[in-house]
Design a protein around this ligand. Structure first.
Ligand code: SAM
Length: 232
């Protein structure tokens, strides 16, 4: 269970809203049972349920099971997709180690809103399921040009179809260094957006094979390809 509170031996901590119901009703755990608590700062801890009611649970933190591990920075920027596709991308990107997920608005973006709170909850659930200690931050959707104007210079690998991009395997990026992946909307980037992207010195265009992938497939395939090329 992901818990933001400080985790250390001897502390008693309280479940976040919604967790008590999950532990008691879904997992059918009761007082005295062991649970695992984690966050990226303190790692994973074995804890015992002290008390549990419908909407409240308290845990006694006992011993550390896993120390925190630093993760290489890997941001995913994806044109906001329809709800189901976006949910799926957030779940898979969490499993694949994305450290931040930023929905962006492009000219052809269909969905104009991505609910960051709902997507954050999906990321938390996915991190719990795949035993990852860190949960990616999901930011509010922002216009692409504004994100690019404020960019800090980290290499931004932009998924572009084969005709206009070098194959991902030809990327010369240092292993372990921070990087980001940008995937366009279902209708693709518009010409002016592609021109703008190519002008930015931090942009690295990359192709993911000869077939046109759905945006959600491109996001997941791109993250997996970057991991295979550059480490974890
Ligand atoms: N522009 C395409 C068209 O309308 O023919 C469709 C765009 S595709 C469905 C959505 C996004 O996925 C693209 O903007 C791109 O970022 C990414 N993408 C899809 N196939 C790709 C490939 N083979 N290589 C790299 N990126 C790809």
């Amino acid at each position: 269970l992901y818990l933001d509170d400080t985790l250390a031996e001897g502390l008693v901590v309280e479940a976040a809203p919604g967790q008590a119901h999950h532990i008691g009703t879904v997992l059918r755990r009761g007082p005295g049972d062991e649970v695992r608590l984690f966050n990226p700062r303190d790692g994973e801890w074995a804890a015992r349920i002290e008390s549990i009611r419908k909407d409240r649970a308290r845990f006694a933190v006992e011993s550390q099971a896993r120390a925190p591990v630093p993760e290489p920075e890997c941001r995913l920027l994806v044109a906001a997709l329809k709800r189901d596709a976006m949910d799926w991308v957030v779940e898979k990107a969490t499993e694949l180690g994305a450290t931040r997920i930023q929905p962006v608005l492009t000219r052809r973006t269909v969905a104009d809103r991505a609910n960051a709170a709902r997507l954050s909850a999906i990321a938390r659930g996915a991190a719990e399921q795949c035993e990852r200690l860190a949960v990616p931050e999901v930011t509010e959707a922002a216009p692409l040009h504004r994100v690019l104007d404020a960019w800090d210079g980290v290499p931004l690998v932009v998924a572009m179809e084969r005709s206009v991009a070098v194959p991902a395997r030809a990327l010369a990026l240092p292993p372990g260094a921070p990087l980001a992946l940008l995937v366009g909307p279902e209708g693709g980037f518009m010409g002016a957006e592609l021109d703008d992207l190519r002008r930015r010195p931090f942009v690295v265009p990359a192709a993911l094979g000869p077939r046109i992938l759905r945006a959600e497939t491109a996001a997941v395939a791109g993250l997996a390809a970057l991991q295979a090329l550059l480490g974890d």
